[in-house]
Design a protein around this ligand. Structure first.
Ligand code: AVI
Length: 311
């Protein structure tokens, strides 16, 4: 059984039903995520862009931390539209670095390897296609240079807090004393602003969630009727958890590769968590995972933070 089918069946046979948001990103999902990122309600991208484009020199100095030769590894690089500001600055300063973007999509890696050298002259780039930890390990095998790791976009928020700590511990275990991590968190703010970011007027976030049912239909031969499910986003200021659900609008049975999955009317599928933090919580996470938080970069509104953690 392939992993996707295995995970989908395990999730939909569980109580409560759940699907993993890492599966949102097929070709259609990538396009919808781009649309979300350029929606006026989805402030996260603009905030982090403001940090990378407005504080580039201080970022470069902090990342270098006195070293003039290292590898810049980016976990989940995407189109690198934010990190390119840092990359350009390091290149301008004649820092001897190799940019190592890690992404699960070979398409993303191919695009970066083709496009970035056009934007940054003499850039040394080595794309790594695969899972974060496996590829980070590979990066350390390819080169023994110091590593500065970027994990941006509030991607850490897509794990529940306890999992996030485990993730950071694993990351720490792969790094050495002089290495460093820059990690992006979406900060707690007025609940209305957060909820709107996941409930955009154009319905891109709704379509992004429903697209996973379409993907299951297409790739696993299932028969979800997407009109029989409704997207329900929620934000709880008490916990900082922003969650997306799909609600079954009727009692129904879905067939996935000959497995029947029964839904009650109004039963939900938990689709995604986007955890929001306050600064103290991020610092506690750093320490629990064996890092030392040393610097915070905020946007003007202090809605988002890119924190630098030393090993
Ligand atoms: C990728 N990740 C940080 C996004 C988030 O904000 O949780 C994914 C997303 N889901 C809905 N909108 C954006």
């Amino acid at each position: 059984m392939n992993t996707f089918l295995h995970d989908v069946l395990a999730g939909l046979n569980a109580m409560p039903k759940t699907l993993q948001s890492k599966y949102f990103y097929d070709e259609a999902g990538d396009i919808l995520f781009q649309k979300i990122m350029s929606s006026p309600e989805y402030y996260l991208t603009n905030c982090e862009m403001e940090i990378f484009s407005g504080q580039t020199q201080t970022l470069a100095k902090t990342i270098k931390n006195g070293f003039n030769s290292f590898d810049l590894v980016e976990l989940g690089a995407g189109d690198a539209s934010k990190s390119v500001h840092l990359i350009r600055e390091l290149s301008k300063q004649k820092v001897n670095f190799t940019y190592m973007p890690i992404d699960i999509s070979s398409h993303v890696i191919a695009l970066l390897e083709e496009n970035l050298p056009k934007q940054v002259q003499h850039l040394q780039i080595k794309g790594l296609k695969g899972e974060y930890f496996e590829m980070l390990e590979k990066a350390t095998q390819i080169s023994s240079k110091r590593k500065a790791v970027l994990f941006m976009g509030a991607n850490i928020g897509n794990m529940p807090a306890s999992e996030a700590i485990t993730f950071c511990k694993k990351l720490r275990a792969l790094l050495n004393k002089e290495d460093l991590l820059l990690i992006g968190f979406d900060l707690k703010k007025h609940p209305k602003i957060i909820r709107q970011a996941y409930h955009d007027a154009n319905g891109y976030t709704r379509d992004f969630n429903l697209n996973l049912l379409k993907r299951i239909n297409k790739e696993l031969g299932a028969n979800f009727d997407i009109h029989a499910f409704e997207h329900y986003p929620s934000y709880d200021p008490a916990t900082g958890s922003c969650k997306s659900y799909l609600i079954s609008l009727k009692k129904q049975t879905i067939l996935i590769a000959n497995h029947a999955i029964n839904f009650d009317e109004h039963e939900y599928i938990a689709m995604e968590i986007s955890q929001k933090y306050d600064l103290e919580e991020t610092e506690n996470m750093a320490r629990q995972a064996g890092f030392k938080p040393v610097k915070h970069f905020f946007d003007k509104k202090k809605w988002f933070v890119d924190s630098v953690w030393e090993c």
